[in-house]
Design a protein around this ligand. Structure first.
Ligand SMILES: Nc1nc2c(ncn2[C@@H]2O[C@H](COP(=O)(O)OP(=O)(O)OP(=O)(O)O)[C@@H](O)[C@H]2O)c(=O)[nH]1
Ligand SMILES: [Mg+2]
Length: 334
């Protein structure tokens, strides 16, 4: 198998990679356009502005990396290991270490994700239950709609549960997605008990031999404690009906919110047994570096990424495709 570095290099030099460059790669390329442009521009400026690899250069590099949302720790780790590399190679000019920086980012990313499972835990037999959580506006409902559509196209029987009974209009929004995807939506009354909706949905999903039940939850309640308590209650109901469920608790994060998303993830991780992340709105940010921060600092696998508002704009997360998309164009031919 080709290493990441070779892959990126090939993508850059235009040599045909062994694997076919398919539409998924194209989608990543498009979704990461902004990130690549900004990150690439900043990196290029950095290389152009410094004549020697000195302390100022490293400081600027750290700032550039932090600015791209790779996270503070990651930025420091990269620049530390680059310092050693520079000594080793006795490099003087920034151009001499340009590829080494990218290589380090990719290697670190690869190492940190060694035992990450990026695939959704769809059960081979019986019902799979996925609970979507996250603060308001991050893209839970939209992601559910997109995923329902995709799974249905794969021939699975899908059901949605509208357990956000708090926000006015939330139920209707999910119902609209249900219609778009052509799947059934279990709903209760606005202002009603979300746990009751979940209970109802679990029963019906089993009765109707549904393959995957996707549960939408509220992003905001009266306060955070209430929200966490409600999520806990919902999980208890699910488990009572099906002891192995939920098979996924997916925390949705809005990629455009950068470090705020990291804070949210840390908070949810403390109180809910999050199994994976959905990173939405990656198309709307110039800070795709957050994916590196997530991997290096949170150790939660990204399972899906949102690359637009349309029904087809959800992709399984493929780390390889992602790093290629991110660093393509930054490598210098040696
Ligand atoms: N560009 C872009 N927009 C997205 C993506 N995912 C969701 N959105 C938009 O983000 C907004 C909020 O999405 P929702 O799905 O309603 O978010 P939510 O988490 O359910 O919000 P609450 O129900 O208030 O908790 C909508 O306008 C979506 O169209 C994405 O991947 N890319
Ligand atoms: Mg919603």
């Amino acid at each position: 198998m080709m290493g990441f570095f070779d892959k990126i290099k090939r993508a850059f030099t235009g040599e045909t990679p062994e694997e076919t460059v398919d539409t998924v790669q194209e989608k990543y390329d498009k979704g990461l356009e902004k990130t690549r442009k900004t990150f690439g521009e900043r990196m290029n400026e950095l290389f152009a502005n410094f004549r020697t690899v000195d302390e100022d250069f490293f400081e600027e590099l750290e700032e550039t990396l932090i600015g791209a949302d790779v996270g503070f720790d990651t930025a420091i780790r990269i620049s530390e290991s680059l310092r050693q590399e520079v000594k080793l190679r006795n490099a003087k000019k920034p151009a001499e270490v340009q590829n080494a920086i990218i290589e380090k980012l990719v290697n670190l990313y690869e190492e940190e994700g060694m035992d990450e499972v990026n695939e959704l835990a769809i059960q081979p037999d019986g019902l799979t239950v996925m609970l979507f959580v996250g603060v308001n506006g991050v893209g839970k409902t939209t992601s559910i709609g997109k995923l329902a559509h995709q799974l249905k196209q794969e021939g699975k029987k899908i059901m949605l549960a509208a357990a956000d009974t708090f926000r006015a209009g939330a139920i209707d929004q999910l119902v609209v997605w249900g219609e778009r995807a052509g799947v059934e939506v279990v709903r209760g009354n606005a202002g009603g008990d979300p746990a009751a909706v979940v209970f109802d949905a679990m029963r019906r999903a089993k009765e109707e031999q549904v393959d995957v039940l996707l549960i939408d939850t509220a992003g905001r309640l009266q306060n955070k404690v209430n929200l966490m308590n409600e999520l806990e209650k919902i999980q208890r109901i699910i488990q009572r009906e099906e002891p192995t469920a939920p098979h996924e608790v997916l925390l949705v994060l809005d990629a455009t919110t950068g470090q705020n998303a990291m804070v949210q993830a840390k908070q949810f991780k403390e109180t809910t047994n999050v199994t994976g992340l959905v990173l939405s709105k990656l198309d709307g940010t110039a800070k795709g570096g957050i994916v590196l921060a997530i991997r290096n600092e949170l150790h939660l696998p990204v399972k899906l990424v949102g690359l637009g508002e349309g029904i087809d704009d959800l992709e399984p997360f493929n780390p390889n495709e992602f790093v290629i998309g991110l660093f393509k164009g930054l490598l210098k031919e040696e």
